[in-house]
Design a protein around this ligand. Structure first.
Ligand SMILES: [Fe+2]
Length: 305
């Protein structure tokens, strides 16, 4: 019997062009499955090309925990990876697993997933003609950029700790009677957490015996920016200071001009601990205004936690 045309020529799971995702979003489904048969040949080709050109850059600029992670996961260079396969290797190492989502996930839910050792993972892939930059995350960013880091025990514990901070924040603001004050504080706290996350988990640099290395996933999934971040004289790089990171605005649509350096993941874990202490002490209640914007869904996700 001939195979249906949709299986011979699957519609694809291309970012912003995937009917499967549109339907899931329209039905309000956040957590979904990965319908692997829908990936088109172009999707696999995009993954193959992204992976092949990143490999030498990872070897040169990625931190060793990441390189060990890529190896431990046996990450697939030729086809878009199956999350179930990735999880088979990942889960026994740190308890983490990649969990398919339909797209944007409200802030509290995102952090709560980390606390439960799940990583919300986009399953679409950027169009083959746009390998360099896409504002939205895609499976290359999430699985090739983030997931190898989750094989490292100290890094995984740091993410869990970060998720716990979100619970602390939700409990703290739940006790505020005045609604305007509650929204003001929560907006500031979410902004501080998002900035910290951005300057570490997404764009962090780490000191190593061979010089600076990238551990942030935004760098690890960007062919151009990983090199720029490590060697360009246009980037300012400073040892991380918590008070600076939480008050520093960032823009997402160009290479980062300012990056922060940690010494190790134990150092990073200690900073998340400190972040929680600051949260309890009210030091996140009035961070500098500016990016990122905190939207209604993010606020509600904390208020309903
Ligand atoms: Fe990311």
């Amino acid at each position: 019997m001939p195979r249906p045309a949709s299986i011979v020529n699957p519609p694809g799971l291309t970012t912003n062009q995937a009917p499967f995702i549109e339907q899931a979003q329209a039905q309000g489904e956040i957590f979904i499955h990965q319908p692997y048969e829908l990936y088109s040949e172009k999707n696999h080709d995009a993954w193959r090309r992204l992976f092949a050109r990143m490999k030498p850059r990872w070897e040169r600029y990625a931190n060793r925990h990441y390189l060990e992670g890529i190896h431990a996961l046996g990450l697939e260079p030729l086809h878009v990876p199956k999350l179930s396969e990735v999880n088979k290797f990942l889960c026994p190492l740190t308890g983490f697993q990649a969990k398919a989502v339909s797209g944007y996930i409200p802030a509290f839910l995102f952090f709560d997933c980390l606390r439960n050792r799940s990583f919300p993972t986009t399953i679409t892939i950027r169009p083959a003609g746009k390998l360099d930059y896409l504002p939205e995350p895609d499976i290359f960013h999430d699985v090739a950029g983030h997931v190898p880091m989750h094989t490292d025990k100290a890094f995984a514990e740091t993410l869990v700790r970060f998720g716990e901070c979100a619970h602390t924040a939700a409990k703290l603001v739940a006790g505020i009677r005045d609604e305007a004050e509650q929204v003001h504080r929560l907006t500031s706290i979410i902004r501080a957490m998002a900035r910290f996350f951005w300057f570490t988990v997404e764009f962090g640099l780490m000191r190593s015996p061979d010089g600076l290395r990238a551990y942030g996933s935004g760098l690890l999934s960007s062919f151009g920016e990983i090199e720029h971040a490590v060697i360009s004289p246009d980037v300012q790089r400073y040892p991380i200071q918590l008070e600076w990171a939480i008050n520093q605005a960032f823009e997402i649509d160009h290479y980062q001009p300012l990056l922060f350096i940690v010494d190790s993941f134990d150092h990073l874990f200690g900073l998340v601990d400190e972040l929680e202490r600051w949260l309890r002490d009210g030091k996140l209640n009035n961070v500098a205004p500016g990016e990122p914007a905190v939207n209604e869904r993010d606020l509600k996700s904390f208020l309903r936690a």
